[in-house]
Design a binder for this molecule. Structure first.
Ligand SMILES: [Zn+2]
Length: 375
């Protein structure tokens, strides 16, 4: 019997010369045009942004964070509120990560066993344990459309033996996640590929997770400190190991140049805190490259942040005003800068999708790099 997965992938068109592909991810909260960039709303909010503003920009899916929402306000509270969509007033799709990446990042505050990960809360030091089952229980309570398997993110550098052990544990944990996840008609579980920078281990990991026939697959453990050339090289092979009829998600990678490289190789979904984080620090991604609004040169610059942008910020405010807001520590600074940066990436993705439809992805990539630069 075929199961009715909540989330399905539809391939519309493949680029003639690269692995880039134009598709759709169907979810219980709407259809997402891919390749897509997903804004990150760690604590159930995309920082400094109202949900309706995100939606108006054309974002159909955001990412929220299991670790943070479990610790505060607690997943049972969110369940009681009617789920995360209702709690945060977001009618689009939501993807939650599993909490794995956050607990592994706690360093000394955590201990990994076969059972799961014991850790101390970064908020009050209280002891907790997340197991694969617990991660799914939390994500079931949050009610996100796409839920991620609890995995062990292999750090960089890692020796081969460690990377192999780690990917095998990730597979065992994935089986436990799949076993525990019963709400398959409303929420879809994505598996995560690991294997460090070892291509044969990436292949092994892919074979093991694909065998479980999940609605989508993610590539984890990339962009964790390795040089860009290595990352791109490993990524090229990773995509080939994943089935063409399922969505492919490259986790935590969202700077413009990495998005282009990922799309070129056949990745459909990206997320990154970059646009909002750098926005709060006074940095803008523009068609002319990065703009640091703190610079003296903008003190009396009455032009918009990006002359080619039609976002709310660029239609209404000058660089001089944005610089003033930032210098004065005004809250509106974060909102206006984040608005522009999110708009920039969302529009860039729209153009990427059109370029794939018209078989000119490589030309668009070249044109973008020439104007924007690479970093
Ligand atoms: Zn703008």
């Amino acid at each position: 019997m075929t199961l009715n997965h909540a989330v399905t992938y539809e391939l519309i068109k493949k680029d003639a010369r690269t692995g880039a592909r134009r598709g759709r991810v169907h979810t219980p909260h709407g259809t997402i045009e891919t390749p897509v960039f997903m804004p990150v709303g760690t604590q159930g909010t995309v920082k400094a942004m109202k949900p309706e503003d995100i939606s108006e920009m054309g974002a159909g899916i955001i990412l929220a964070n299991t670790y943070h929402l479990y610790l505060r306000p607690g997943h049972e509270l969110v369940r009681e509120a009617g789920g995360l969509h209702k709690f945060m007033n977001w009618n689009g799709a939501i993807l939650t990560d599993s909490g794995g990446f956050q607990v592994f990042s706690l360093g000394k505050l955590r201990k990994i066993t076969e059972e799961g990960v014991k850790f101390q809360s970064h908020i009050d030091g209280s002891p907790h344990m997340i197991t694969p089952e617990k991660s799914i229980e939390i994500q079931n309570a949050l009610g996100s459309d796409i839920i991620m398997a609890f995995d062990e993110c292999t750090p960089y550098p890692a020796d081969r033996e460690y990377a192999k052990k780690s990917l095998e544990r990730t597979t065992r944990w994935l089986k436990r996640c799949k076993e525990y996840h019963k709400n398959i008609e409303n929420q879809s579980l994505f598996g995560i590929m690991q294997g460090g920078m070892y291509k044969d281990l990436r292949k092994l990991s892919a074979e093991q997770i694909v065998e479980l026939d999940l609605p989508g697959y993610a590539i984890g453990g990339l962009s964790v400190g390795e040089p860009k050339e290595i990352m791109i090289d490993v990524l090229s092979d990773c995509v080939d190991y994943l089935p063409a009829d399922k969505a492919r998600y490259l986790m935590g990678v969202g700077s413009p140049d990495y998005i282009f490289e990922g799309v070129e190789r056949g990745v459909d979904m990206f997320d990154c805190v970059l646009p909002t984080r750098i926005g709060r620090h006074g940095l803008a991604m523009t068609s002319q490259g990065r703009v640091n609004i703190k610079n003296q040169q903008y003190e009396k610059d009455w032009s918009p942040l990006d002359p080619e942008c039609d976002c709310y910020t660029c239609r209404n405010y000058s660089k001089a005003y944005l610089r003033h807001l930032f210098k004065a520590g005004e809250m509106l600074s974060s909102t206006l800068m984040s608005t522009h940066n999110l708009h920039f990436l969302i529009k860039m993705m729209e153009q990427i999708r059109t370029s794939i439809e018209e078989d000119r992805f490589l030309e668009y990539k070249k044109e973008f790099y020439e104007k924007y630069g690479r970093f």
